[in-house]
Design a protein around this ligand. Structure first.
Ligand SMILES: Nc1nc2c(ncn2[C@@H]2O[C@H](COP(=O)(O)OP(=O)(O)O)[C@@H](O)[C@H]2O)c(=O)[nH]1
Ligand SMILES: [Mg+2]
Length: 299
């Protein structure tokens, strides 16, 4: 299956719910207040937050005036343009090497799986990868990560369960330097005894990377679960305050009808959406593309 058809098939539930609602919005004839009201309802119920929705409507009103549009049917492509523009606000910059990516997020969102998929992407591109199993909180986390590491022939560095996460990162950096690796991927715990412990741990890892590996481009990527819609926005807010995020991966978009929240994420934060997860296997991680994304959810 081609890239775009995979995206379409993965986002089919979001598309279905969007399309059903938009059908009524775009069946009217003249552009009137009723049209804007229906569109507002449609965008909000597609999990685009109210602030972002209002902004979209304001932009739409301005453009309609500017382009002297009269018919509702002229507005659909314009709406898509506006959504793409929002999604393209935070440009996805190409990686430079050496590269360190710390992956954060709450439990169960798909951090470990996403690291496995990213490792595979880099391996395919001929990069040498080290994976640091710095989720030392859960004993089983390491086994899962090790399997992913073996699949992409990445070097895997871990610590005992309960050991210091930043010490694992220290070791991984030493190993990466010794072997001339291109990329370090750092898996972290999604939960500790309490939230402030977790944030302290993530900051400590950041300090180790900055100190021991200043030559590396350092990314802090949050993984959010696409099925939780608006909840993800709060998670991004929380982690961003602690570690100053640079990238977002949205997982489990296969099956959700709530993918609209990605538009709000892009609008509310200066953090690029870099990847989307569309399934559980190694190939199921796509590079995010704003135009394809919108084309896949709005006919
Ligand atoms: N359908 C689907 N499942 C996913 C995706 N990413 C992760 N998962 C599943 O989500 C579950 C939790 O993933 P895991 O990586 O262990 O989450 P972590 O606790 O954040 O490390 C696993 O069963 C994964 O297979 C995705 O993009 N799509
Ligand atoms: Mg994990």
């Amino acid at each position: 299956m081609g890239f775009f058809s995979r995206l379409v098939s993965c986002l089919k539930n979001t598309k279905k719910s969007f399309t059903e609602k938009l059908k009524y919005v775009f069946t009217g004839n003249d552009i009137d207040e009723n049209f804007f009201e229906e569109l507002e309802y449609c965008l909000v119920s597609a999990d685009i937050g109210i602030n972002t929705t209002n902004q979209i409507l304001d932009n739409l009103r301005d453009e309609i005036k500017e382009r002297k549009l009269k018919k509702v049917s002229d507005c659909k492509e314009l709406l898509k343009e506006i959504l793409v523009e929002i999604l393209e606000q935070n440009e996805i910059e190409e990686f430079t090497y050496p590269l360190a990516i710390m992956v954060v997020g709450v439990n169960g969102v798909g951090k470990t799986t996403t690291i496995g998929k990213i490792a595979q992407k880099f391996a395919k591109a001929g990069k040498k990868v080290v994976i640091a199993g710095a989720d030392t909180f859960r004993a089983a986390a390491g086994d899962q990560l090790k399997v992913w590491a073996e699949r992409s022939k990445a070097r895997y560095i871990s610590g005992e369960a309960g050991s210091d996460a930043s010490a694992v990162v220290y070791d991984a950096i030493s190993s990466a330097k010794a072997k001339g690796a291109d990329v370090i991927l750092i898996d972290t715990a999604g939960r500790l005894h309490n939230k402030s412990n977790l944030m302290e741990e993530l900051k400590k890892i950041g300090n180790v990377v900055n100190k021991q590996y200043p030559e590396a481009e350092y990314h802090k990527l949050i993984v959010v679960d696409g099925t939780t819609g608006q909840n993800s926005i709060n998670q991004v807010k929380f982690f961003n305050e602690a570690v100053d995020l640079t990238d977002i991966a949205v997982t489990k978009l296969d099956g959700t009808s709530k993918a609209g929240f990605v538009v709000e994420l892009a609008n509310e934060y200066d953090i690029c959406v870099r990847y989307i997860g569309v399934g559980e296997t190694a190939d199921d991680l796509l590079d995010f593309d704003a135009k394809d994304f919108i084309d896949a959810i709005i006919e």
